[in-house]
Design a protein around this ligand. Structure first.
Ligand code: SAM
Length: 317
């Protein structure tokens, strides 16, 4: 079984995909205690190091290195400042790449990295990856839409994949499996939430819907894919059981009727991210509702990562 080291691991959305694609994750890392608790409840055999990646001096040898560095700096939702320290955590990924020199690596990041403000950071990452280690890497990148890989959600992400140059192969991104470019229809909210209770009390955020929340349409219907699942529970999209929203001004929407509305629960959000029902979100001293939402919303959809990792050529012998 090929081995992997995972950085910026969170609760392990990316790693659930890796494991499904046949990898053994030796080491993982994140700063969020509940991400560690969740990961270990699902994969107790991994050496999960809780703490700042910058403090890790040595990484184990592995065939594959994966990392999904944080996106606050680049994302639409976060403060967009190109010079924020958090935008340079990729340098720790580069440090690990140089040290381990794995046969291949995979990086995931938000689509905002292609914008003119951040393009220099994307270009710098690719340059650094190409020149890393004794041999360097053949690097490819692409913008993938998670719904085209069986995830019932609108979520576009940049994936960067490199194969060590001495192996002499180039990576090909997987073809879409769902939607007009694939062979199966898009998965819908209805498919994803089948069998779940309508009002799972205690599992959804009941904070009021402030003006900011109602500054855009947050609702999709049962037969559609979900809007993007985010990590802040107050910003979670509406469950389709909620009344429709109607636009009354440029940035102002109101509910059409007075019936009760609610956001997706964290468990529904996990289904919409493509986590399987076997994936456990344990009760621990760190398991507040906000934390459950946070680790789910931060995750890379497992089916998307599985498709990307599963399309690596067989370079492991
Ligand atoms: C996009 S999320 C990764 C999601 C994860 N790959 C998954 O699929 O579940 C980025 C992660 O980087 C972590 N992070 C931020 N700064 C860090 C640091 N200095 N050291 C280690 N992890 C950090 C965040 O806590 C967050 O979980």
């Amino acid at each position: 079984m090929p081995t992997a080291v995972s950085l910026f691991t969170g609760c392990g959305g990316s790693d659930a995909g890796l494991i499904a694609a046949g990898f053994d994750v030796l080491m993982a890392n994140d700063v969020i205690p509940y991400a560690r608790d969740t990961y270990l409840a699902n994969h107790p055999e991994t050496d999960y190091r809780l703490g700042d990646v910058q403090k890790i001096e040595t990484f184990p040898q592995a065939d594959l290195l994966v990392g999904c560095y944080p996106c606050q700096g680049f994302s639409q939702g976060g403060a967009r400042q190109a010079d924020r320290r958090i935008n340079y955590l990729y340098l720790d990924f580069v440090r690990a790449l140089r040290q381990i020199q794995p046969r291949a690596f995979i990086v995931e990041n938000v689509s905002g990295m292609r914008s003119s403000t951040y393009k220099h950071l994307l270009n710098d990452q690719i340059e650094q990856f190409r020149a890393s280690g004794e041999h360097g890497y053949n690097v490819k990148w692409s913008l993938l839409s998670a719904d085209e890989y069986g995830v019932p959600q609108e979520r576009k992400r940049i994936l960067i994949v490199g194969i060590r140059s001495d192996i002499g192969l180039e990576y090909e991104f997987p073809s879409p499996t769902h939607g007009p470019r694939g062979t199966q229809p898009f998965r819908t909210i209805e498919n994803a939430l089948a069998g779940l209770p309508e009002w799972p009390l205690g599992e959804f955020c009941e904070d009021p819907f402030h003006w900011y929340y109602l500054s855009r349409n947050r609702r999709r219907d049962w037969h559609e894919t979900s809007k993007t699942i985010v990590s802040h529970m107050r910003h979670m999209p509406l469950h389709p059981i909620s009344p429709s929203l109607r636009r009354i001004h440029t940035d102002s929407w109101v509910f059409e009727t007075a019936e009760r509305a609610r956001r997706f629960s964290y468990r529904e959000a996990a289904r919409l991210q493509g986590f399987s029902d076997n994936f456990v979100f344990p009760d621990t001293p760190n398991s507040s509702l906000a934390m459950r939402y946070r680790v789910v919303g931060n995750a890379v959809p497992p089916p998307l990562f599985q498709a990307v990792a599963g399309n690596l050529p067989n370079i492991w012998d």
